[in-house]
Design a protein around this ligand. Structure first.
Ligand code: FAD
Length: 418
């Protein structure tokens, strides 16, 4: 194995920090760049639902999705939002996204996602072990909450595929649910409790704690905008703070902002911001003991250190548009429907940008256009879950260790070839 290389990692969200730390453990001199400090609200890794969703292999685009779009979009409690003026810009992403919803393709995507999600709880422990981040990991069931069994039966397609990939669950009727959580209203009549999952009690603090471990081990963090990356004559270059530095390798792990850098190198990457929201109910009168997915409303309810966090929903409107009010209002209305007696002191609201590709798979691997440049971005709804494994895969490949899985679905040039 080669060690002692100089490696620059651009982006210090969960993917970049994980990648930097695995590279550091391989004996490289690693410099991690970000314009914000890990744990800042600007990062998608700050405000997610915190789920280590190791069985979340079903992409957002599934058979019959077109039929459901109008109700998802126009129902005032629906989970989908669109800034209509953005629609023309969205089309080049949306059309292949919808095409990927056919059954055969969903099965292929699920199989690929399973290779980066299946062992994710172990991957988080392997990365966080012995650091303050480890204390923020919880393990247990993750329950999909339905009004009744019929709701679950409508999701049979997805659960059958999950089962093929090893998911195990218990089915809880209302009595069993009330035994777990007596505060639930009649809106919660049935649940599927997926076994052996995990969650992070404070995702922002988790990324920050991993950064602390990286720095304590000798890694370097540079705060500031990376204004350019370039192939360079012999070695790839990063320009930051007016200085251009040559590295043996560069890893682009800049979340949804990676698109511009990939395009700068000549790649076509249809990366879109699938915007999502959270509302943190601080000092709530009660919290569930495990995370829930409100199956019809499509948001998670996670017990966190800061309170009870509702997180999810999808809005298309580009990276830079300001946050909207409507998704946040849904959280307040819907949480009262399952927890009618819930009270809280105050709320914190947040909007983040899932880095999403039309095939719901990240780009992980070597750039085919620029020697020494690697990609690690695009993990859409499951970037927290898959971050540590993604980092490990990149470190393996840089070290010349062949990953024990098929990397083809994550190829960095697949959209160039499309
Ligand atoms: C509402 C919501 C709920 C979610 N829930 C879950 C969940 O429960 N489980 C799960 O697995 N995933 C979840 N996700 C998805 C997950 O949060 C993301 O996939 C993941 O955080 C992406 O991590 P990242 O490191 O790629 O990106 P980010 O965390 O966005 O980090 C990218 C970093 O790159 C930096 N950067 C970009 N450009 C530059 C530049 N030019 N110079 C310097 N720095 C730069 C940014 O400042 C940023 O810090 C959720 C997402 C949302 C929005």
């Amino acid at each position: 194995m080669t060690s002692g290389l100089n490696i620059g990692v651009v982006g210090a969200g969960i993917v970049g920090v994980s990648t930097a730390e695995w590279l550091r453990r391989d004996g490289h001199n690693v410099t991690l760049f970000d314009r914000v400090k890990p744990g800042s609200t600007e990062q998608t890794s700050y405000g997610n639902a915190g789920l280590l969703a190791r069985t979340a292999v079903i992409p957002a685009s599934v058979p019959g999705i077109l039929r459901h779009v109008p109700s998802m979009l126009f129902d005032k409690d629906g989970p989908l939002f669109l800034k209509w003026s953005y629609l023309p810009k969205l089309m080049p992403w949306l059309i292949p996204f919808l095409r990927n919803g056919r059954e055969s393709r969903v099965r292929e995507i699920a199989a690929a996602l399973d290779t980066i999600l299946g062992d994710s709880v172990d991957q988080h422990f392997a990365l966080a072990k012995g650091t303050a981040a480890e204390t923020l990991i919880e393990t247990g069931n993750y329950a999909y909450i339905y009004k009744d069994r019929k709701g679950f039966e409508k999701d049979a397609f997805g659960f059958a595929i999950r089962r093929e990939h090893g998911a195990e669950w218990e089915e809880w009727d209302r009595d069993a649910l009330l035994e777990q959580d007596p505060n639930l209203s009649e809106d919660a009549g049935f649940a599927v409790a997926l076994k052996d999952h995990g969650w992070i009690r404070d995702p922002g603090a988790y990324t920050a704690a991993l950064l602390d471990a990286f720095r304590a081990g000798g890694g370097v963090f540079r705060l500031g905008e990376v204004s350019d990356i370039a192939p360079g004559a012999e070695r790839p270059l990063i320009t930051a703070g007016g200085e251009t530095i040559a590295f043996d390798h560069i890893v682009v792990a800049s979340g949804v902002w990676s698109r511009r850098m990939a395009e700068r190198l000549g790649h076509k990457v249809p990366l879109e911001a699938e915007r999502g929201y959270h509302m943190m109910f601080k000092n709530p009168s009660h919290k569930p003991s495990i995370p829930y997915m409100m199956a019809d409303a499509k948001f998670a309810v996670t017990p966190m250190d800061g309170g009870l966090r509702c997180a999810g929903l999808i809005e298309f409107g580009g990276i830079d548009a300001p946050a909207s009010d409507a998704p946040l209002e849904i959280f307040e209305r819907r949480i009262k429907r399952i927890y009618p007696s819930l009270t809280w002191d105050s709320t914190e609201s947040w909007m983040g940008r899932r880095p999403s590709t039309p095939d719901s798979l990240p780009l992980i691997g070597h750039s085919t256009k620029a020697k020494g440049v690697w990609f690690a971005f695009g993990a859409q709804h499951v970037g927290l879950t898959s971050g540590p494994k993604t980092g490990r895969l990149v470190a393996d490949m840089i070290a010349g260790r062949t990953p024990n899985m098929d990397m083809t679905p994550f190829a960095t040039d697949r959209f160039d070839r499309a």
